[in-house]
Design a protein around this ligand. Structure first.
Ligand code: NAD
Ligand code: UDP
Ligand code: UDP
Length: 325
């Protein structure tokens, strides 16, 4: 990559791992628009080139196929480490690779940051809290995670990545930032990731039954992607003593029945709600405590659920029309 700082001193060279995925592609959009030199790397396991196709002609964007479990030698000022499948059907497809991605990926990206003295942010997850026994979850809560279950490759991989981040920070003075992300939705989500937002929208668009698991009274908090990307950028710009972990998510709580009704209203579907058995260990409630984010990032989500669902539905409609979903 050329060094754009010679031309524009405020522009940085920024690496986004997992940049062709849902969140990564929105982050690349924002960084390219801000005039930074962006290097996007991805192994296309769940991400797609089409998510960043519109950026390929930008002179300050570069896309490279690379798997973070292998070393990477490039020159950058900042690293956003997002590479990792996020939905259970994807991360359970090859659980060993999932753990390797989180752990070896973190080691390689931290080694890269160490050599360059680059600032590095980790996309961690609310799953580090496991099946929490306190609500909402503050960052001080250590979690309740099963180390040997089918979700462990994701949960424990992300927990180990956090450990590595803090040890590189303490041992090598690395400038680190750790964001614990709660459920996020928006355009470019994978249509078949089995998550509730994509399931309900796809079912509604195809006039199929909307499948509520259990009685639908369980609640979740959904953050629109643009709000989350704001939090990432603010976190990266915090002073060096702000390392996180910091919860990032939307504390607004909705029951699955409310979500289904919102999707029905906004799509005008003929779909009917049907109830299916509740999966084992399905948490009754998940909600972020974002006190720290408010304090350190001066951030809170702005986009209400029904507003964020509109562009999300439009995106899925496009996929259905083009025959991609
Ligand atoms: P995503 O699956 O759309 O994006 C992940 C990207 O990483 C994909 O493009 C995938 O191809 C790539 N990838 C996977 N393994 C890789 C590897 N070994 N090397 C290089 N690239 C690899 O998921 P997302 O929702 O955009 O999630 C991005 C990050 O945010 C993930 O780390 C995820 O754990 C985290 N996160 C997301 C959510 C959410 O609600 N979306 C919640 C918590 C945490
Ligand atoms: N690494 C990398 N790019 C770099 C520097 C390091 O991918 O520019 C990887 C390399 O695989 C290394 C890992 O990061 O093994 C950890 O690096 P570190 O310097 O911490 O440890 P070491 O090199 O001693 O194993
Ligand atoms: N869910 C549902 N119907 C679906 C998919 C999911 O009712 O088609 C429920 C699921 O049981 C859970 C909630 O929606 O209570 C959120 O599920 P998701 O897998 O999206 O996320 P997570 O459980 O990890 O928060």
């Amino acid at each position: 990559m050329s060094d754009t700082r010679i031309i524009n001193p405020t522009s940085k060279r920024i690496l986004v791992t997992g940049g062709a995925g849902f969140l990564g592609s929105h982050l690349c959009d924002r960084l390219v628009e801000a005039g930074h030199e962006v290097l996007c790397i991805d192994n296309y396991f769940t991400g797609r080139r089409s998510n960043v196709r519109h950026l390929l002609s930008a002179p300050n964007f570069e896309l490279m196929r690379h798997d973070v479990t292998f070393p990477l030698y490039v020159e950058v000022d900042e690293i956003y480490n997002l590479a990792c499948p996020a939905s259970p059907i994807h991360y359970q497809h090859d659980p060993v690779q999932t753990t390797k991605t989180s752990v070896h990926g973190a080691i390689n990206m931290l080694g890269l940051a160490k050599r360059l003295d680059a600032k590095i942010m980790q996309a961690s997850t609310s799953e580090v809290y496991g099946d929490p026994d306190i609500h909402p979850q503050p960052e001080t809560y250590w979690g309740n995670v099963n180390p040997i279950g089918v979700r462990s490759c994701y949960d424990e991989g992300k927990r180990c990545a956090e450990t590595l981040f803090f040890d590189y920070h303490r041992q090598h003075n690395l400038r680190i930032k750790v964001a614990r992300i709660f459920n996020t939705y928006g355009p470019r989500m994978h249509p078949h990731d089995g998550r509730v937002v994509s399931n309900f929208i796809m079912q509604a668009l195809k006039n199929e039954d909307i499948t509520i698991f259990g009685d639908g009274q369980q609640t979740r908090s959904f953050c629109y992607c643009d709000d989350l990307i704001d939090a990432f950028i603010r976190l990266m710009d915090t002073p060096d003593d702000v390392t996180g972990p910091i919860n990032t998510g939307n504390p607004g709580e909705f029951s699955m029945l409310e979500l289904a009704q919102a999707v029905i209203d906004l799509t005008g579907t003929k779909s009917k709600i049907v109830h299916k058995p509740l999966p084992q260990d399905d948490p009754k409630q998940r909600q972020p405590d974002i006190t720290l984010a408010k304090e350190h990032l001066a951030w809170e989500p702005k986009i209400p659920l029904r507003e964020g669902l509109v562009p999300t539905i439009a995106y899925f409609e496009g996929l259905v029309k083009e025959g991609f979903a």
